[in-house]
Design a protein around this ligand. Structure first.
Ligand code: TMP
Length: 212
């Protein structure tokens, strides 16, 4: 397993506010003078962003679960080797919005693919790179659906999933939290945007021992 202290990931079910939070926090850290990068999955590199378009395209309803996991993994293999490993090896700080835990819960549990195969594929795509810490912004599946309705966002393929899928994914994340209690930091997602970002920011400063 490859572990870099300067590598932190963010996970959560859809509509957890994860992308809003990672942007706010990265900007705050950069304003404090820290050389921190923010990348997202699927995406974050030219080839991986193209794969993201295929995966999320609403017209691709026929996308098979096996094709889907291979596409997520292909996007990941590219961003890891092209961007993430060189950045970490150069000593940069990196915040990543989703990583292989998303594949474990969405494809492994959500699509009911063999979990041992999924874990092996995750290792293959990442060459064994693992996050040092992972923030999980926790909202209930019911809250996710409520936010989806309020946002009236039905723009991508994954937004069409039903309540049961979100429930399964949320439960799978709870399993991961128990499996990796030292890596995972859980934040209640129903707090205000400001409270959540302040909490995470302080934790990151502590984890990275930043002299700020
Ligand atoms: P995002 O909304 O965080 O940008 O993620 C896009 C969607 O892709 C989201 O519904 C979660 C899903 N996803 C997977 O199903 N498997 C994965 O490995 C990743 C990275 C994302």
């Amino acid at each position: 397993m490859k572990l870099f202290k300067n590598f932190i990931t963010f996970e959560g079910i859809d509509f957890s506010g994860k992308s809003t939070q990672t942007k706010i926090i990265a900007e705050k850290l950069q304003a404090l003078g820290l050389n921190v990068k923010l990348l997202r999955e699927p995406g974050g590199a030219v080839i991986s962003e193209k794969i993201r378009e295929i995966i999320l395209d609403n017209a691709h309803q026929e996308l098979h679960p096996r094709t889907e996991i291979l596409l997520y993994s292909a996007a990941r293999a590219q961003i890891v080797h092209e961007k993430i490993l060189p950045l970490l090896e150069a000593g940069d700080y990196l915040m990543l919005d989703r990583f292989y835990d998303s594949t474990t819960v969405y494809q492994g549990y959500g699509r009911k693919l063999d979990i041992h195969f999924v874990e092996a594929l995750n290792k293959f795509a990442t060459s064994g790179l693992a996050p040092y810490k992972t923030f999980f912004i926790d909202i209930s599946p019911e809250e996710a659906l409520r936010r989806r309705k309020a946002a009236d966002r039905h723009s991508d393929r994954l937004d069409n999933e039903n309540a049961e899928f979100y429930q399964t994914v949320w439960k799978a994340y709870q399993n991961l939290l128990h499996q990796f209690p030292n890596r995972y930091i859980v934040i209640p997602g129903d707090e205000t945007i400001e409270n959540i970002s302040t909490f995470i920011l302080h934790k990151i400063i502590e984890i990275w021992k930043l002299p700020l």
